[in-house]
Design a protein around this ligand. Structure first.
Ligand code: URP
Ligand code: ZN
Length: 610
């Protein structure tokens, strides 16, 4: 039986000097934006929780009043992808859990999700505890954790369960890159996906083909390509797209929900959109960096190129950020993080003479919200509700924090940003809050930004002034089986129940109860013949029969009226050209010799899973 997290409500450490009437706040006259709508409403907050939303609210005297006229009142951002205080490539990131979360708050993000990355062979629980120790004393905003699975063994599988059950973890990241360091092979990935599905966790992947990258790096270095431009050359777009496709296929085989982190290639993102169109439960994350800047590795100085180096790489095609923004606007990609993983210019210099030694990573935790507003909303590609969906709501739903986080509603945490669409700000390393000495968005002007940022009821950005408090944030445990993700998984599981077909007391085949049996066409378009009488008896043939029976379902989820994907409905494409279930049953009983069908409409199926 799968693990369910214990309800561990975090106890907030509120310093005495912060326990005041400031805990009672009334935000008046703003436009309250959630992922599904906008309303003119006031919001009353007490003790860190939203107590009332509406008009003509009756509130206790002494509450602080914030006038939000002409502004949007939005849920605090959730950055799904950060690396703070990460030991990596022989050094440690410039931002620790304090400077990183202070930068997050400055930009309107009130929750981050960081990655525990155990070293190969290290206990996952031990690594988790290290991360908690590092983070708990420093975080200025709330945080949750994903755990990376960097090696594979029965102990790891056991610890995954323990993490879900006892430690508030509901997502695991597997690396398809970083060969010899963190990369898992396909069998391990397959098993890890199976384990995630059993546990009700979200399987995340860093999708790049690490084997190809390793070979390309060797060739490039041998040919004298040592500068930062070698990084993108070693891992072009198709190296990402191949891994995206492989991850989707593997996850679909075991009906495991999949989440691809920080996609940077337009082709990969379109591929993911196709997979979603075929009904796969897969989500795509894109970073502020990929949405707002193209690669600059082959331009300017060595240090400039090195500063932009991250994995997967920012793509040289200047059209890519706009394409990714289009896909994000239309729900082909679902949410945004930053992969905020900062290294100073001096740290980047570790790779002088060998691009494979340049620490990978860029900034973004502070700039994400403003950049997406500028490139998404101001550009007319998305409305404020979509902005909320991609900056907080979808993350909260996928990682099971909703409606505690990711919305403005009675009972939700008072994580709120008063967003001023008239605020104008030019990004610069000279004024940012990160500890790093370079900003990859230097000089970009964003129209729209946070005037007030309220984290758990406390005003942490006050009229633009950042007032972060070290250690104020809390760890947010996340439970497995997020309904947003797992309702659909469970339905698919039911629909695709398998029934054994027995003949003369022996199992000869296993068939799916709900889908037509549609043998796939050959490449020249002719129908294949599936002749059950030629299937030998015995358990050992079941797998082969499974493949014939289950690999030809054709189903898609229709888009919702709003253009988003309908997460609940499944429609089956049935055709009279297909054999009926009675035919199949007769065939199984030996009354018919074979089943023959024509090439099914809709092309190839999405494959078997059980
Ligand atoms: O390229 C980056 N950001 N490195 C950090 C580790 C990872 O790939 O997430
Ligand atoms: Zn990362």
């Amino acid at each position: 039986m799968a693990a369910r997290a214990q309800s561990t409500t975090p106890v907030r450490k509120v310093p005495i000097h912060l326990q005041s009437a400031q805990n009672r706040l009334l935000i008046k006259n703003g436009k309250v934006v959630n992922g599904d709508g906008i309303q003119d409403a006031d919001v009353y907050i007490e003790e860190g929780i939203i107590k009332q939303v509406g008009n003509n609210l009756i509130v206790p005297g002494g509450s602080r009043l914030i006038d939000a006229r002409g502004k949007y009142v939005i849920p605090g951002g959730i950055d799904t992808h950060t690396h703070l205080q990460l030991p990596f490539m022989g050094t440690t990131t410039a931002d620790d859990f304090y400077t990183g979360t202070r930068a997050a708050l400055a930009g309107g993000t009130t929750t981050i999700i960081d990655f525990v990355i155990p070293s190969k062979g290290q206990s996952l629980i031990e690594a988790y505890k290290q991360w908690r120790e590092r983070a708990d004393e420093k975080v200025a905003c709330d945080y949750a954790l994903h755990v990376a699975v960097t090696w594979w063994s029965p102990e790891v599988q056991q610890e995954m369960e323990e993490l879900c059950r006892d430690h508030g973890i509901n997502s695991f990241k597997m690396f398809m890159a970083y060969k010899d360091l963190w990369q898992l092979d396909d069998t391990e990935l397959f098993e890890a996906f199976e384990r995630c599905k059993q546990l009700g966790a979200v399987a995340q992947v860093h999708a790049e083909n690490g084997d190809i990258i390793k070979e390309n790096c060797k060739k490039l270095l041998a040919a004298g390509v040592t500068g930062p431009e070698g990084h993108e050359m070693s891992r072009p777009e198709e190296v990402e797209a191949e891994a995206v496709n492989r991850a989707c296929v593997l996850a679909n085989q075991v009906n495991c929900p999949l989440y691809i982190v920080k996609m940077t290639g337009a082709g990969s993102a379109r591929l993911l959109a196709d997979k979603r169109g075929q009904g796969l439960i897969v989500y795509g994350e894109v970073t502020a960096a990929a949405l707002a800047t193209a690669a600059q590795c082959d331009m300017g100085s060595w240090s400039h190129g090195a500063a932009y180096l991250t994995s997967p790489p920012l793509r040289p095609d200047p059209e890519t950020p706009q394409i990714l923004m289009d896909l994000l606007s239309s729900d082909d990609l679902q949410l945004t993080g930053t992969d905020h993983c900062t290294f100073s210019s001096a740290q980047k210099e570790m790779g002088k003479g060998d691009f494979t030694k340049i620490p990978n990573g860029v900034n973004g935790v502070e700039e994400r919200m403003s950049l997406i507003w500028e490139k998404g909303v101001v550009s007319g590609k998305m409305d404020p509700t979509r902005f909320v969906a991609v900056t907080s709501m979808n993350a909260a739903k996928i990682f099971n924090m909703y409606p505690k986080k990711g919305c403005i509603a009675v009972g939700s945490d008072a994580d709120i940003v008063i967003w001023d669409p008239k605020l104008e700000h030019t990004i610069s390393a000279a004024t940012h809050h990160s500890a790093v000495d370079f900003n990859i968005f230097e000089g970009i002007t964003c129209r729209g930004g946070p005037e007030y940022v309220i984290a758990n009821g406390r005003v942490t950005v006050d009229e633009g002034q950042v007032k972060a408090v070290q250690g104020y944030g809390s760890f947010i445990p996340t439970s497995p089986f997020a309904p947003f993700v797992y309702e659909a998984v469970t339905e698919r599981e039911k629909v695709h129940q398998l029934i054994k077909v027995e003949r003369e007391g022996r199992i000869v085949a296993v068939r799916n109860t709900m889908v037509p049996v549609v043998p796939q066409a050959t490449s020249n378009g002719e129908a294949l013949e599936l002749n059950l009488s030629s299937v030998n008896g015995g358990e050992e043939v079941v797998a082969a029969a499974d493949h014939h029976f289950a690999s030809h379902q054709h189903f898609t989820r229709p888009p919702t009226s709003s253009g988003g994907r309908n997460m609940q409905d499944t429609t089956f494409s049935l055709s009279s050209e297909y054999p009926s279930m009675a035919d199949v049953e007769e065939e199984a009983k030996g009354k018919k010799n074979s089943i023959q069908v024509k090439n099914p409409p809709g092309g190839k199926s999405s494959g078997p899973f059980w």
